[in-house]
Unconditional design. Sequence first.
Length: 162
Amino acid sequence: MTFNLHNKQTGFGLIEALIALFVFSVGLLGTVGIQAASMKNNRGALWQSQAVWAAYDIADRMRANTAGLDANEYDAADTATVPTDPACIATGCAPAALADTDIVEWASNVSSLPSGRGLIVRTGSQYRVRVMWDERGNGATGTDCNPNALTDLTCVDISLEL
């Protein structure tokens, strides 16, 4: 009696190949998911870096224009209402015009963030510089900076004693 084992194993290699392809596909999908999460986190880190840079940029501009600080030119600055650029850098600026130029340039920097907005609030000799942006991309507009509120923008705050 002769047994033909070759005929009984037909198709077994195909099943192994399909299972291997399935396992490879699941692994590839996992890798794509990790890559997407990484890109999202990198984008958020970039925006936070830009916001910190913008906050320190206006702080340095304020320190450089002490006469503008003394005349309260930076008090309650808001990039939502940008002053007209006096275009006086080439000819020399008075302190008030320099403050307007600083705020215009700061607003331009902040506008590179999604829904970017900047505020300067003065309390006595303390200044708070706040840069806000819509990190979640959900159309947030709130300025309370509550990280748990979906309607609030993400914020970076720095405080200055000038």
